[in-house]
Design a protein around this ligand. Structure first.
Ligand code: GLY
Length: 368
């Protein structure tokens, strides 16, 4: 049984916490390993309706799971709200949960974010394990300790930083993931490549997303997670270097919000990919990011993600979404940019004219 085991220590202000990342080829064995390291009185498993049907059977046979209380929630992002959170707290309480209980979150980012928040607040905090089932959750949402829910129409508005005891990553789940969700998660991997090394970036834009080599993808997922965890370990509460993980997200969130407002919703990773096109252009303009790498990355994104079409009448709306991004301070639009692959430039701002030029570049390059 081949297995990679990464042990990463996250040092927080108040205490030292350890988040084990287990990259596994045998889910049951890896989960047993994660459970072995923890003392708990009662075990709860949180799934959504989809992962309950498709993923729960993969671990249901484990001895530990036979005594688990199951909590099943709705499957889409609209359920990532206060009502569902209250349902989970209630289920934990009614199931006899104590401060020494353990919650296993089995699902995509919605389940790991909400479940992580429920665990971190129930009885002032119980331990939890994440088993991400989508690529987006494996390389981003389920690792790094950000938990939360949407509130008052704002995404991830309420939550806490609270790392899982373990994250068990099994890329077998990816074999049944649809190609759009695979590409969505892959955009975050591309971001991790851009903030790490030229070798990783080149490997990512050379990967055949139409005929996925899952063995190779597993290694690339492990590398991607290691990039994120290295950054999180250095800055768990996003005071400095963790902002590198926001590359592509200022423009990306604006595109995602515009898409939502216009009733043509896009997957998060697609918006991040289009946001990368915008922000790499800004990186070239402001920080000297190499033009050939801008062109190669943009071509890759155009080929695999297509284009989100908008016209210049929508620039003002996109700009307004950018000014309302929660990463901003004092009215400036804040970006993470790059001087080159791996050369991270934090806390860069751009004015309205530069942002409109950036949107011009996106439209010209992406053909809209
Ligand atoms: N998703 C970016 C972060 O975890 O900081």
């Amino acid at each position: 049984m081949q297995k990679t085991y990464l042990c990463i220590q996250i040092i927080t202000d108040a205490k030292m916490e350890q988040q084990d990342i287990i990259i596994s080829r045998d889910l049951s064995q890896s989960l047993e390993q994660a459970l072995d390291g923890l003392a708990y009185d009662r075990l709860f498993v949180l799934t959504d309706e989809t992962t309950h049907e498709k993923c729960w059977p993969l671990i249901a046979g484990l001895t530990a799971m036979k005594k688990a209380t199951q909590i099943v929630i709705g499957a889409t992002d609209e359920h990532k709200d206060l009502d569902t959170l209250a349902d989970v707290w209630r289920a934990l309480g009614q199931g006899g949960g104590t401060r020494h209980s353990l919650l296993v979150n089995l699902g995509g980012g919605m389940v790991t974010d909400l479940g992580g928040f429920a665990a971190s607040t129930f009885k002032r905090g119980i331990a939890y394990i994440n088993i991400p089932t989508t690529l987006l959750a494996m390389v981003d949402a389920a690792v790094g300790g950000k938990t939360g829910i949407n509130f008052d129409g704002l995404k991830n508005e309420v939550g806490v930083f609270s790392p899982a005891a373990s994250v068990v990553i099994d890329t077998e789940f990816l074999k049944t993931l649809d190609s759009k969700n695979l590409r969505s998660g892959y955009a975050e991997m591309l971001k991790h490549g851009l903030i790490s090394t030229t070798g990783r970036w080149a490997e990512l834009i050379g990967f055949d997303l139409d005929n996925v080599d899952f063995r190779k993808l597993q290694d690339m997922v492990a590398q991607s997670v290691a990039v994120k965890e290295d950054i999180v370990a250095r800055d768990p509460h996003e005071q400095s270097i963790r902002k590198a993980l926001n590359l592509g997200h200022t423009a990306g969130h604006a595109i995602e919000s515009l898409a939502l407002q216009e009733g043509r919703t896009v997957l998060h990773g697609y918006a991040v990919a289009w946001g990368l096109v915008c922000e790499l252009y800004l990186s070239t303009l402001r920080e000297g990011f190499p033009k050939d790498k801008l062109r190669q990355t943009t071509n890759f994104i155009k080929e695999h993600y297509g284009t989100f079409v908008f016209d210049c009448k929508e620039y003002e709306t996109l700009y307004q979404f950018m000014t309302h991004d929660k990463k901003n301070t004092a009215g400036h639009v804040n970006f993470t940019l790059l001087g080159n692959v791996g050369d991270i430039r934090l806390n860069r701002t751009a004015d309205k004219e530069e942002i409109f030029n950036m949107l011009d570049f996106y439209r010209e390059t992406m053909g809209c």
